[in-house]
Design a protein around this ligand. Structure first.
Ligand SMILES: [Zn+2]
Length: 396
């Protein structure tokens, strides 16, 4: 393996400053449509700030939150892993696999603070479950406020010489437009680099692939998440729940209403291996637990149905997906109950506007999962309730 380029903390701060997303000066006309703008994202936690905040969480919780570097990004930034609780059931939560989707990281920081606190609720949760968070797992992308990581195909071939004659994969970005410059800093959609075979080794004949074939673990970011997942399976027998925190387009509406969707959820990423459509995944049929994924999604939906109305506008993300290269598809096939969160608006649509409300909404949904597993109530939910979660208008 190629030697990783390690960046010291001070180096990381300097690098972060030099790579900061450009912010329009006040009064300067926007070159972009309202859907796609260069907006301030300084209100979101960057990697250097995350490193500090996590250390503070360790101190403030008197060690109840433990933090370590689970691995390093291609540019050498730490991929932090925060663990709280000592229960037998593991809930693994990932954020910012796409670097312009930062709300989940803020929600995780807030959740970790609560779980490391002294309330009786937090204490009870810590006894029953172990929550493992991978906040900002694609930090190089986050520093550039973009989807893809920072890694060239040439670097991949250095790591895997057997790919010398292979074509670069379909999820490799090299384009340039007014928002993203993948031409000078190419990268991969890390969320298509997972493979349900957790021991898969890249083979030239599996490239360039497509959205309904598995990924290859060619990026250090996906390798790190895979390694964390495998180590948890080894220690706990299985990863009970896997949650991935994303963003979607900003102006979807709840089907049958004019209400804007706060976030969409899903427990369906690959066709069910027990059905004909999913027969290519037959070897995973014994592990796959679609009903548990559906129960978890209902727990999220129910957790948002009290309080202010924006929080109630939760819909199902489009169903009938076949995306084995996503972290969710891969870990669903390996037996975890899975939940996708898709919060409205990337940083190019809202910047940090609406941050407070969205962070709170996601945190509330996550707590629905954590408390449902803690008190066992999620296992009592009728999975069919999933089918009555509203769809998104115009999407299936
Ligand atoms: Zn995403």
């Amino acid at each position: 393996m190629r030697k990783r380029k390690f960046v010291s903390t001070m180096g990381a701060i300097a690098l972060a400053a030099s790579l900061a997303t450009p912010v329009l000066a006040e009064g300067q006309p926007s070159p972009a449509t309202p859907e796609q703008q260069v907006l301030s994202v300084e209100g979101f936690t960057n990697h250097a700030q995350l490193s500090k905040k996590l250390q503070q969480l360790v101190q403030n919780s008197q060690g109840k939150v433990a933090v370590e570097a689970a691995g390093y990004s291609n540019q050498g930034r730490e991929i932090w892993k925060a663990t709280v609780g000592s229960g037998e059931k593991v809930i693994l939560i990932n954020s910012e696999i796409h670097g312009n989707e930062p709300v989940g990281t803020e929600s995780l920081l807030s959740l970790l603070q609560f779980l490391g606190g002294n309330s009786p609720e937090a204490e009870k949760i810590r006894e029953e479950v172990t929550v493992v968070a991978l906040p900002k797992m694609n930090p190089d992308a986050s520093e550039l406020s973009r989807r893809g990581n920072v890694m060239s195909w040439q670097e991949v071939v250095e790591d895997f010489p057997q790919l010398g004659n292979a074509s670069a994969p379909w999820n490799y970005y090299t384009y340039k437009n007014s928002f993203f410059d993948y031409e000078s800093q190419p990268g991969f959609d890390v969320n298509r680099d997972f493979n349900p075979d957790l021991n898969y080794v890249p083979k030239a004949e599996d490239f360039p692939g497509n959205s309904s074939t598995a990924g290859w673990y060619i990026t250090p970011e996906s390798q790190t998440v895979r390694d964390v997942y495998k180590s948890l399976v080894e220690e706990y027998g299985k990863v009970e729940v896997f949650v991935d925190l994303h963003h979607q387009a900003p102006y979807y509406e709840v089907d049958g209403t004019d209400d804007l969707v706060t976030f969409s959820i899903s427990g369906q990423f690959v066709p069910n291996p027990t059905t004909e459509a999913g027969s290519k995944y037959a070897e995973y049929a014994d592990n796959y637990n679609y009903d548990f994924s559906r129960q978890l999604n209902v727990a999220v939906f129910d957790a948002l149905q009290t309080g202010n109305s924006p929080f109630k506008n939760i819909t199902l993300y489009p169903q009938s997906l076949d995306l084995p290269g996503t972290a969710l598809g891969t870990f669903a096939l390996n037996g975890s109950g899975t939940v996708l969160f898709e919060v409205r608006g990337q940083t190019q649509s809202f910047g940090q506007k609406k941050k407070g409300q969205l962070v709170k909404a996601v945190e509330r949904g996550l707590l629905g999962i954590v408390t449902g597993v803690t008190d066992g109530s999620v296992y009592e939910i009728d999975p069919e309730e999933y089918e009555s979660i509203p769809l998104t208008k115009g999407r299936q």
